[in-house]
Design a protein around this ligand. Sequence first.
Ligand SMILES: Cc1cc2nc3c(=O)[nH]c(=O)nc-3n(C[C@H](O)[C@H](O)[C@H](O)COP(=O)(O)OP(=O)(O)OC[C@H]3O[C@@H](n4cnc5c(N)ncnc54)[C@H](O)[C@@H]3O)c2cc1C
Ligand SMILES: *[C@@H]1O[C@H](CO)[C@@H](O)[C@H](O)[C@H]1NC(C)=O
Ligand SMILES: *[C@@H]1O[C@H](CO)[C@@H](O)[C@H](O)[C@H]1NC(C)=O
Ligand SMILES: *[C@@H]1O[C@H](CO)[C@@H](O)[C@H](O)[C@H]1NC(C)=O
Ligand SMILES: *[C@@H]1O[C@H](CO)[C@@H](O)[C@H](O)[C@H]1NC(C)=O
Ligand SMILES: *[C@@H]1O[C@H](CO)[C@@H](O)[C@H](O)[C@H]1NC(C)=O
Length: 502
Amino acid sequence: MMSLTLPFLLTFLALSQAQPLSDDPPQPSTTVCIVGAGIGGSSVAHFLRKYSPESTPATDIRVFERNGVVGGRIATVTVAGETFEAGASILHPKNLHTVDYVKILNLKINEPDSDPLSLGIWNGKKFVFKTVTLSSNVPLINKLLELPFVDTLLSLFNSARMFLRYGFSLFKMQNFVESAVERFLNYYKDTSSRPIFETVDEMLQWAGLYNLTTRTLHDELVDAGLSNLLIDELVTVITRINYGQSVSMSGLGGAVSLAGSGGGLWSVKGGNWQMAAGLINRSDVALHLHEEIKSVADLGDFYELNSTKGNSYKCEVAVVATPLDELDIQFIPPISIPERKMQHTYTTFVRGFLNPAYFGLKAETKIPDLVGTVEDPSLPFSCIAVLKKHNEKESTYKLFSRQPMEDTLLDSIFSVRKETIQINWAAYPHYHAPEVFAPFILDKRHLYYVNAFENAASTMETSAVAAENIARLILSRYFGKEIVNSSNLSATSRGEGTHLDL
Ligand SMILES: Cc1cc2nc3c(=O)[nH]c(=O)nc-3n(C[C@H](O)[C@H](O)[C@H](O)COP(=O)(O)OP(=O)(O)OC[C@H]3O[C@@H](n4cnc5c(N)ncnc54)[C@H](O)[C@@H]3O)c2cc1C
Ligand SMILES: *[C@@H]1O[C@H](CO)[C@@H](O)[C@H](O)[C@H]1NC(C)=O
Ligand SMILES: *[C@@H]1O[C@H](CO)[C@@H](O)[C@H](O)[C@H]1NC(C)=O
Ligand SMILES: *[C@@H]1O[C@H](CO)[C@@H](O)[C@H](O)[C@H]1NC(C)=O
Ligand SMILES: *[C@@H]1O[C@H](CO)[C@@H](O)[C@H](O)[C@H]1NC(C)=O
Ligand SMILES: *[C@@H]1O[C@H](CO)[C@@H](O)[C@H](O)[C@H]1NC(C)=O
């Protein structure tokens, strides 16, 4: 690892020594074009401004978004007059960039839900495991064992039954996740001690996370000493909820997915998309909504980006901030990236009432608030969760599935169905070990790819982390400088929000 890290440190030092030449003659105006207004594209704009405030306004930033709204895979739906996250829902307390966004954008965080919710693991025939709805004295066993899993997704580990079923394997799982989270924190180190990474591989190697992408989550967890029961049930339930995939996904994505089931999870009140909107708003950006980029041509001194509106834009630097896997943007000259498949997740919102008979139960009240599932191809959904109980006879539910949920199927699962909204997301990469990464720099010049990082793990925060590195790459490779100042990140107060959307 040293041999990989060192050249970049040296590059970095050379650049930072060049830095005092800050009263260079003013450069002619430069345009950075960003394709995609999700959290990745908006974060690139944000970090360019943050690390290079003095080049404003000599640098124009244009952001192109084919949709009429920003946020991309962060979006809300409205069911029965209430707003719910339809895409990315939860953030981890150690997601330090997004924690910082909320602070600088003055956004509010959702308060923890104090109602304990129940989890059931459904195998298609019966619930193989069910938490009981807890009374206040039950968490004692967790206190004694200091499981950090209090206030988890659905308080699900907050249960003596969990310990009885999975035993000390739960600690091993916790250690596995904590060690990955610890390593990830390297990406928030001061920029003076953190290299700028030209490839995803180097970026992961430097933090000690690369190996996790070379093996399956299953193999990693077996080596970590987890029991098969825990892997086949609880871990599988979580990877199916968070990534729609089994434990044969790669280990890093798997670790991230398990971290997403831990305590202190939060979300932005009114919708996580406001982070992207706020960053764009404060980054002095020309935002082109409803403008899809269809070609990117390298014309030597600049790139020419043509849109479906018939417009043509000249940019010295171009950034692709969207997965290229399902797009047909024409690159001239052509670029080559490894093949990657996106995992589609159908997110179905239903306002109505579950049918207890589908689960072999007598009353709806016996159905757990979150129904997770084991890996079995005959199971038509990954999970069903109640988002909101409107009254005795009506709730809003969210389902995840790998295939569309047909009406006949929904009619067997629900006894009442008043409103149904289904979204087909090209949600995240289909992870497989070993992962092969596309380059951050697509053409050895100034064409960058934020979502090359996404097959390490796909989250709002990992998009922001990749975007920060891309902004530093642009500043060092195009503008020939690197800002030495620390980004001075710090975690704000903890545990202020637990959000129970999936
Ligand atoms: C159902 C679901 C649940 C998830 N849950 C979580 C979660 O709980 N927590 C979490 O952190 N993450 C979660 N994720 C993952 C998270 O949503 C993504 O990792 C993250 O939002 C990716 O952001 P991005 O900016 O990189 O890409 P995107 O959000 O996909 O942004 C790309 C943008 O580019 C635009 N675009 C594409 N092509 C063009 C073009 N040619 N011209 C112009 N614009 C274009 C798109 O319209 C889009 O707005 C979830 C994702 C899904 C789908
Ligand atoms: C990664 O794996 C290689 C080869 O197995 C090993 O030499 C190295 O120490 C591992 N690195 C980390 C950070 O675990
Ligand atoms: C944009 O930022 C300005 C302040 O810079 C603020 O007044 C305004 O409300 C913001 N708009 C949105 C949509 O966030
Ligand atoms: C982009 O648009 C310009 C101006 O209309 C045109 O000359 C050029 O051929 C177009 N490029 C591509 C790749 O379509
Ligand atoms: C770095 O920080 C110092 C003090 O915090 C500030 O005076 C200086 O302008 C900053 N430099 C840049 C390039 O942001
Ligand atoms: C970072 O924060 C510390 C403590 O708040 C402060 O002393 C220091 O000057 C800050 N550094 C920069 C570069 O802003």
